[in-house]
Write a protein that binds this ligand. Structure first.
Ligand SMILES: Nc1ncnc2c1ncn2[C@@H]1O[C@H](COP(=O)(O)OP(=O)(O)OP(=O)(O)O)[C@@H](O)[C@H]1O
Ligand SMILES: [Mg+2]
Length: 418
C-alpha cells in the first residue's frame, strides 16, 4: 500500500454534530434535571411521600402508565429532591431503596436488596445466595427495627416481579409494618401494565394500593417540548429543523406518546446526519431514523426469541416465501416446523404448544394470527408475517444454531395439502 493512501479509519471519523453540550443527553440512561409536563406529577408524588420527612409512614403508592411516559424519571427526580431535603434536616431518618424488578424478579433478590439498602456503610453485605428465605426475612425485619426510620422501597417494573414470582414477597414486605417495633416500610411500585393487580391476593392488593397515580401518554406538543429541552442539553438545538422536531414529536405521539421513542429517534437522526452530507437534521432524516429504529427493534425481538419460537417463525417465513405473501395455516407451518426441528435434531413441540407460540409471536407484533372457522370442518389457526420473509429469515439464520437452515429453499411441493 502506498504511503499516500488514506488512513483506514478516516472515513469513519465523521464530523461531529454535537460540538458542545453533552452527547449522553440523548443516551437512554440520562436523567434530566427538568421534566417538562411532569411537574404536577412530581409535586403530587412529593406530597404523598412528604410525611416521611416528619418520620411518619407515607401511603403506599403505585404509578401506572404506558412505556416511556416518564414514570421512572419522575420517581428518580423526586428521590433526588428528597435526598437534598434530608441532607438539611438532622432528625429525619429515611432510606430510599431502589429495586429494578426487571432484573431482580425473585423474593430472595428483593429481600437482599432491601437488607443491603438498610446496611450502614461499615456493615458487611448480606450473602448473595444460600440463606433460607426466612432467615433473610428475619434479618431484614431486624435491620428495619435497628434503623427505626422510614424505608421507602421503590419497586420499578413491579409487574415483572409479580408475574415471575407471585406476590409473596410483597406480602412479606407489607407485613414488616405489623411485626417490627420500630421502623416502617413504604412501598412505591411502578408498572406499565395496568392488569398486574389482578394477580394480587386481595390482602396484598388492599394494603399495597393506598394511592394510585396514572401517567397519561404525552401528546405531540408535549413531546415537542421534551425534545426541544433535550436538544438544548445535547447542544444540537441549532442543527435541527423546526419541522423535523415537529415530525419527530408527531411520530412518537402516534405511538402511545412515548418520550423514549422520540429521544431514540433524535439520537439516531444525529448519527445519520453525522454520516451524511446535509449537516442538519431534516424531516427526511427523522423518517430515516424511524425506519432504522424499527429495523433495530425487529432484529432485537427476533434474535432474542427462544429456539422453538424461532423455528416456528422460520416455518412461517418459508411458507410466506413459497406463497409469495399471504397467510399460512397451522397444518402448513406445523408440518414444516416438524421437519425443520427434525433436521436440527431437536424434538418438536405439540400443536398446542405451537399454537401458544403463534399467540406470543402475534403479541410481539411479528405476525398476525387468527383462528379461522371452516364450519363443520373445524377451526384452524392462521398466521401472517408482518415483515418481509427474507428479512426475518436473514435475522434467524444469523443465530449460530439456525445457520444450518441457510440452504433450506422454499419448494412448492414441500407444502402439505391442507
Ligand atoms: N417529561 C419528561 N421530560 C424529559 N424527559 C422525559 C420526560 N418523560 C420521559 N422522558 C425521557 O423519556 C425516556 C423514558 O422515560 P422513563 O424511563 O421515565 O419512562 P417510563 O414511564 O419509566 O417507561 P417504562 O414503562 O418503559 O419503564 C427517558 O429517557 C426520560 O429521560
Ligand atoms: Mg420505567
Amino acid at each position: 500500500m502506498g504511503t499516500s493512501s488514506k488512513n483506514l479509519f478516516e472515513k469513519f471519523n465523521h464530523q461531529s454534530l454535537i460540538v458542545k453540550g453533552q452527547r449522553q443527553a440523548l443516551e437512554p440512561g440520562f436523567v434530566p434535571e427538568r421534566l417538562p409536563h411532569r411537574e404536577e406529577e412530581a409535586e403530587q408524588l412529593a406530597e404523598i411521600l412528604s410525611p416521611s420527612l416528619k418520620n411518619f409512614k407515607p401511603s403506599n403508592v403505585i404509578i401506572f402508565g404506558k412505556p416511556g411516559v416518564g414514570k421512572t424519571s419522575v420517581v428518580k427526580f423526586v428521590e433526588n429532591e428528597m435526598i437534598k431535603a434530608i441532607q438539611s434536616s438532622l432528625d429525619t431518618k429515611i432510606k430510599i431503596i431502589d429495586v429494578n424488578c426487571g432484573i431482580v424478579d425473585n423474593p430472595y433478590g428483593v429481600l437482599l436488596a432491601v437488607g443491603d439498602g438498610l446496611l450502614d456503610t461499615w456493615e458487611e453485605k448480606l450473602p448473595f445466595t444460600g440463606w433460607p428465605l426466612d432467615k433473610l426475612y428475619n434479618t431484614v425485619v431486624e435491620k428495619i427495627n435497628n434503623f427505626a426510620g422510614i424505608a421507602i422501597i421503590v419497586l420499578d417494573e413491579i409487574d415483572k416481579l409479580v408475574r415471575k414470582s407471585g406476590d409473596s414477597v410483597l406480602y412479606q414486605l407489607l407485613r414488616i409494618n405489623e411485626i417490627a417495633n420500630q421502623g416502617r416500610v413504604c412501598i412505591l411500585g411502578i408498572s406499565n401494565d395496568l392488569r398486574f393487580t389482578e394477580y394480587l391476593d386481595p390482602r396484598v392488593k388492599s394494603r399495597l394500593i393506598e394511592e394510585t397515580m396514572v401517567y397519561n401518554p404525552y401528546n405531540a406538543t408535549q413531546i415537542y417540548d421534551i425534545l426541544r429541552d433535550r436538544s438544548l442539553y445535547a447542544g444540537i438545538a441549532d442543527s435541527i429543523d423546526e419541522s423535523a422536531m415537529k415530525t419527530c414529536a408527531a411520530l412518537a405521539a402516534q405511538e402511545h406518546g412515548d418520550a423514549r421513542r422520540a429521544i431514540d429517534m433524535l439520537r439516531i437522526a444525529v448519527e445519520l446526519t453525522e454520516k451524511g452530507s446535509e449537516g442538519r437534521i431534516l424531516d427526511d432524516t427523522i423518517y430515516e431514523a424511524k425506519r432504522k429504529l424499527e429495523r433495530d427493534v425487529v432484529v432485537e425481538t427476533v434474535s432474542t426469541l427462544p429456539l422453538h419460537s424461532k423455528l416456528v417463525l422460520f416455518s412461517i417465513a418459508l411458507i410466506d416465501e413459497i406463497k409469495n405473501g399471504g397467510s399460512s395455516t397451522m397444518g402448513e407451518f406445523y408440518d414444516l416446523y416438524e421437519k425443520i426441528a427434525d433436521r436440527m435434531g431437536v424434538s418438536s413441540l405439540t400443536q398446542r404448544r405451537v399454537a401458544d407460540i403463534i399467540g406470543e409471536l402475534s403479541n410481539l407484533g411479528l405476525t398476525d394470527s387468527k383462528v379461522q372457522s371452516f364450519g363443520r370442518y373445524g377451526r384452524t389457526t392462521t398466521a401472517t408475517l408482518n415483515y418481509g420473509s427474507s428479512k426475518i429469515k436473514e435475522i434467524l439464520i444469523a443465530d449460530e444454531m439456525l445457520s444450518q437452515l441457510k440452504d433450506v429453499k422454499p419448494m412448492q411441493k414441500s407444502l402439505p395439502v391442507s
